[in-house]
Write a protein that binds this ligand. Structure first.
Ligand code: CUA
Length: 341
C-alpha cells in the first residue's frame, strides 16, 4: 500500500521510474508518517486542529441534519413562516465569542509549536548544509565538509539520545522556491536575497522524497529532492567518497579533454579538472545520483547521452543548452561522464 502510494507520487511528479529507483516504502511523502522532530510536531498539531474542527463539523452537521429531519414539511402543514428572531444579544454574543475563543486557542497552540521548533539551538555536532534553489534544481553544499552536489541530500540518522541533527540554510538564486520534505519538516520558502533555515533530525535511515512546493516556473513539477538518511558510519563513508576529486579513468582521457574544450566547463565543476563553472550542478560525482535534471529521468548512460544531446527533450525550459556536438563526440563525452562515480 505504502509502496503503491510512493509510485503514485513518483508518477505525479512526472517520474514513474523514481518509485523503483528510490528503494523502500519510505518514499511515500506523507505528513502522517514523520521520522523527524519538526514533522512529529506538525503531525501532533494537525491532529489537534483536526480534532477541534472535527467536533465543530459534527455539531454543525448534526444540528443541520436534526433540523432538516425534525422540522421537515409534513402533509397538512400550513404554509407560514416560523417566528423570526431579530437583535438577540445572547445569540449574537454566543456565535461571536465562541468561534473567537476557538480561533485564539488554535492560534496560541500553533504559535507555541512554531516557536518550539524555531527555538532549537544548533548543537556542536550538527551537520551544516546550504541548499540553493535554482530554476529547476537544488544545489546542495556542505561548506564545512567541502562537498557540493545536487538534488540529493545525504544526512546522518539522528539518535534522540545523542542527536546529530542537520541544520539547513536555504537560499535562492532566481525566484521563490519552497523546500518541503513532508516526513522531515514543514514547508519553508526559499527566497532570493533572504536566508531561511530549517533543521531536521531524522531518526530512521531510509529514503525520503521531497518536492519544490512553490510554483517557480515551467518545470516547477520537476524539482524533485531526494533525502537519503544514512546510519552514521555509512554517512561518514559517503562524505569521504564525495570529498575525493573526480576519478581519472585513463580510458576516458579523450572524453575528458573534449569536455574541457567545450562550454560545459563554464557552467559545471568537475573537481580536479579545469571545469569550475558554478551555474549548473557539480558533476564531480555525477554517477552517484539517481536522476538527471532533478527527476527528469533516471541517471543512466542512455539518458545521459540524450540529456547532453538535447536537455529540452527531457525537460523543456531547462537552462542547459543543447550541445550540438557530432554523434561521435556525443558518445565520447557520455563515456567520460559515466566514469564520474
Ligand atoms: Cu522550484 Cu517550484
Amino acid at each position: 500500500m505504502l509502496r503503491r502510494a510512493g509510485l503514485a507520487w513518483a508518477f505525479v511528479v512526472g517520474l514513474p521510474a523514481v518509485g523503483a529507483a528510490v528503494d523502500g516504502s519510505n518514499s511515500t511523502p506523507s505528513i502522517f508518517a514523520p521520522v523527524s522532530t519538526p514533522a512529529f510536531a506538525i503531525r501532533e498539531l494537525a491532529f489537534f486542529v483536526l480534532g477541534i474542527t472535527g467536533v465543530i463539523f459534527a455539531v454543525v452537521a448534526g444540528l443541520t441534519l436534526y433540523t432538516i429531519v425534525r422540522y421537515r414539511r409534513r402533509p397538512g402543514d400550513r404554509a407560514s413562516e416560523p417566528p423570526q428572531v431579530y437583535g438577540s444579544m445572547q445569540i449574537e454574543l454566543a456565535w461571536t465569542v465562541v468561534p473567537f475563543l476557538i480561533v485564539v486557542v488554535l492560534f496560541l497552540v500553533t504559535a507555541r509549536y512554531i516557536w518550539s521548533i524555531d527555538a532549537r539551538p544548533q548543537p556542536p555536532g550538527a551537520v551544516e548544509v546550504t541548499i540553493v534553489g535554482n530554476q529547476w534544481w537544488w544545489e546542495i553544499r556542505y561548506p564545512k565538509l567541502g562537498i557540493v552536489t545536487a538534488n540529493e541530500l545525504h544526512v546522518p540518522a539522528s539518535d534522540p539520545a545523542s542527536p546529530t541533527p542537520t541544520f539547513v540554510t536555504l537560499q535562492s538564486v532566481d525566484v521563490i522556491h519552497s523546500f518541503w520534505v513532508p516526513q522531515l519538516a514543514g514547508k519553508m520558502d526559499v527566497v532570493p536575497n533572504k536566508t531561511n533555515r530549517v533543521w531536521i533530525d531524522p531518526r530512521t535511515p531510509g529514503t525520503y522524497v521531497g518536492q519544490c512546493a512553490e510554483y517557480c516556473g515551467l518545470q516547477h513539477g520537476l524539482m524533485l529532492l531526494i533525502v537519503v538518511v544514512h546510519p552514521r558510519e555509512e554517512f561518514d563513508r559517503w562524505v569521504v567518497a564525495q570529498q575525493a576529486p573526480a576519478r581519472d579513468d585513463p580510458s576516458a582521457r579523450h572524453g575528458r579533454e573534449l569536455f574541457a574544450s567545450l562550454a560545459c566547463i563554464n557552467c559545471h565543476t568537475v573537481r580536479g579538472t579545469p571545469a569550475n563553472g558554478v551555474f549548473g550542478p557539480d558533476l564531480t560525482h555525477l554517477m552517484t545520483r539517481w536522476t538527471i535534471g532533478a527527476g527528469a529521468a533516471r541517471n543512466t548512460h542512455e539518458n545521459l547521452r540524450a540529456w547532453v544531446n538535447d536537455p529540452a527533450a527531457l525537460k523543456r525550459g531547462a537552462l542547459m543548452p543543447a550541445m550540438k556536438v557530432s554523434r561521435a563526440d556525443l558518445d565520447t563525452l557520455t563515456n567520460y561522464l559515466v566514469t564520474l562515480k
